[in-house]
Design a protein around this ligand. Structure first.
Ligand code: GDP
Ligand code: IMO
Ligand code: MG
Length: 422
């Protein structure tokens, strides 16, 4: 097994959590390197469903080390809740969780500013998860953020927090939002700090020692390529680099130690939140929602659904350097007679085969489709590639050809066992 960076090749929720849980079987360490608790990674195993927001999806496997890297933004109170939730489900984290001392903190004013900005935007809103992610990364870039190392020193933390709350209360005041109580935040955060203290270390040094000891690392991407702050459908994006490069800056592991990039994509496309989505389709949306599928793991919002967009995934292969693909949710198309694939866009009368950089142009793109026959039999019991119907195999091969990477994994259900290693 190589050191693998696993990225979402679409708009998030591709099934990264499930694939990480599968791949962790043959790795020793799983690292989250960007995003925060805007992520919701679902694992279904042993009759239980686990939704992880900040803790890497390797946590269900005893003996694997899960690292929250320096590039992640952490809401300490939410993280403690997540740890307690896992403990109550019989998953201990004591021996296998590590948290970077450089990770930035999400504070209550970040959440309030996130929410208020969305309200003020009205119909132009981004549809954020309201977890304070944008304002927290904003503070990081503006060098006004607080980090895990600050939280580990109560006196230092309190002094910095006081100053930050003073400034942010002024901002909240101009928004017409009630001021935040310094004491309340201080108490809640210092309490969370004591639960988190045993896990906080210099994770960069830990990872380099692990590499020297030839341990294998899996980098668990959060969100997806088109939510990347630089390469996504800006401004309808999240505030971190969700593409492969983010794994290096967000963990301190250099690029040449990454041996493979795997892209996860659904056999169709989904998006939650606002922004361009050329292959969005109401029939597919209704069908998947009717099956009880495609409701957000973090906010519960109904996801927008559409046909597979090969223009988007081809770009994702380029920008991430994707070597192999994990195609999930193939079973979602089991009942579709004629399956469409978006192979180009029509933009202002011209045909284009790359997503426009400008979101307004992107929003004007009309999908150009090719069609393939469906397989019309259940695939959820397939365990080998040969078990899949011929039409499904043809569809998968077509997705890979158009996307430009080889097929590595096919997922035909949410459970660990419902996975085909090609
Ligand atoms: P992530 O954010 O990329 O980890 O994906 P989410 O967990 O937010 O959303 C993926 C959803 O699809 C979850 O409900 C998974 O349990 C589910 N899932 C993943 N792979 C498959 C699959 O192959 N078939 C089915 N039916 N569900 C899947
Ligand atoms: P996982 O890791 C899908 C979307 C939000 C919104 C935009 C900005 O589970 O794939 P933010 O709260 O980050 O400022 O919201 O990004 N978004 C996601 N969509 N999956 C996610 O994570 C997401 N994380 C953020 O819906 O459109
Ligand atoms: Mg998700």
């Amino acid at each position: 097994m190589a050191n693998i960076v696993l990225v979402g090749a679409q708009w998030g929720d591709e099934g990264k959590g499930k694939i990480i849980d599968v791949l962790t079987g043959t790795s020793q360490i799983v690292v989250r390197s960007q995003g925060g608790n805007n992520a919701g990674h679902t694992i279904v195993h042993g009759g239980h469903k686990y939704v992880l927001h900040l803790i890497p999806s390797g946590i269900l496997r005893p003996g694997k080390v899960c690292v929250i890297g320096n590039g992640v933004v952490i809401d300490p109170v939410a993280l403690v809740k997540e740890i307690e939730g896992l403990r109550s489900q019989g998953i201990p984290v004591e021996k296998n969780l590590l948290i970077s001392d450089c990770a930035h903190l999400v504070l209550p004013y970040h959440r309030l500013i996130d929410e208020r900005r969305e309200q003020l935007k009205g119909s132009q809103k981004l549809g954020t998860t309201k977890r304070g992610i944008g304002p927290a990364y904003g503070d990081k870039a503006a060098r006004t953020g607080l980090r895990m190392s600050d939280l580990m020193q109560p006196t230092v933390f309190s002094a910095k927090l006081k100053a930050r709350i003073k400034e942010n209360n002024q901002i909240l005041g101009t928004f017409g939002t009630k001021p935040i109580s310094f004491r309340q935040v201080e108490t809640a955060y210092l309490q969370a700090a004591e639960t988190l203290r045993p896990f906080v270390i210099n994770t960069v040094v830990y990872l380099h020692n692990a590499l020297a000891a030839r341990k294998k690392i899996l980098f668990e991407g959060a969100q997806g390529t088109f939510l990347d702050l630089d390469h996504g459908t800006y401004p309808y994006v999240t505030s971190s680099n969700t593409t492969a490069g983010g794994a290096c800056t967000g963990s301190g592991v250099p690029p040449h130690r990454v041996e493979e990039v795997m892209g996860v994509m659904k056999a169709y496309t989904t998006r939650v939140g606002e922004g361009p989505f050329p292959s969005e389709n109401q029939t597919i949306t209704d069908m998947l929602h009717g099956m009880g599928r495609e409701f957000g793991a973090t906010t519960g919002r109904a996801r927008r659904c559409g046909w597979f967009d090969a223009v988007a995934t081809h770009f994702a292969t380029m920008v991430n350097g994707i070597d192999s693909l994990a195609v999930t949710n193939l079973d979602g198309l089991d009942t579709v007679e004629r399956i469409k694939i978006c192979v180009a866009y029509k933009l202002d009368g011209a045909t284009v085969d790359v997503p426009p950089s400008d979101h307004q142009a992107f929003a004007r793109c009309e999908p150009v489709y090719e069609e393939m026959p469906g397989w019309l039999v259940p695939t959820d019991k397939a365990r080998r590639y040969e078990d899949l119907p011929v039409a499904a195999r043809r569809y998968l091969q077509r997705l890979c050809k158009l996307t430009g990477a080889k097929l590595g994994i096919v997922s035909v259900g949410p459970r660990r066992s419902q996975t085909i290693l090609v």
